[in-house]
Design a protein around this ligand. Structure first.
Ligand code: NI
Length: 159
């Protein structure tokens, strides 16, 4: 595994749409593992999408520190969105900023795992928030694009 460079706000790639993964080969598996290592580095993140390391492919990883641990999502689809929650978000690609974003309280998501097997799950609260944030990355959307008006604040986050 290896750390990869994180693409940050201002790079136009972050606003591009990622392409589906047609074959889960060694290159994709290495990409996922590198993404995880990059996300866990100095405990900086709870989610990361491939575009954030400069690869326009539809996959992301989340680990909110709950019983699920690390979950790899390949070609995910959010098939249900229910309720609403106001989430305070940050992003590895938007260092030093936080903002409030309205997200569904509960979602249902389908994806492939790293073995190519389909799976689906319900997620609520922080896990739903995190999955929706990462899913947005696949369509070129950043949390600051969805921020509630006036809610963006600068933080002293280490960069
Ligand atoms: Ni992000």
């Amino acid at each position: 595994m290896a750390l990869r460079n994180i693409v940050t706000e201002g790079d136009p790639i972050l606003h591009k749409t990622s392409r589906p993964i047609e074959e889960i080969n060694d290159r994709i598996l290495k990409l996922l593992d590198d993404m995880a290592e990059t996300m866990y580095y100095e405990n900086r993140g709870i989610g990361i999408a491939a575009v954030q390391v400069g690869v326009l492919r539809r996959c992301f990883i989340v680990d909110i520190g709950d019983e699920h641990g690390r979950i790899d999502f390949i070609n995910p689809e959010i098939t249900l969105r229910e309720g609403e929650q106001l989430c305070t978000e940050g992003c590895l690609s938007v260092p030093g900023k936080q903002a409030d974003v309205k997200r569904p309280f509960k979602i249902h998501v389908k994806a492939l795992d790293r073995n190519g097997n389909p799976f689906e799950m319900d997620a609520e609260e922080l896990l739903a928030n995190c999955i929706c944030h990462e899913y947005d990355h696949l369509d070129g959307v950043l949390f600051v694009d969805r921020a509630e008006p006036g809610s963006v604040v600068m933080t002293n986050a280490e960069e």
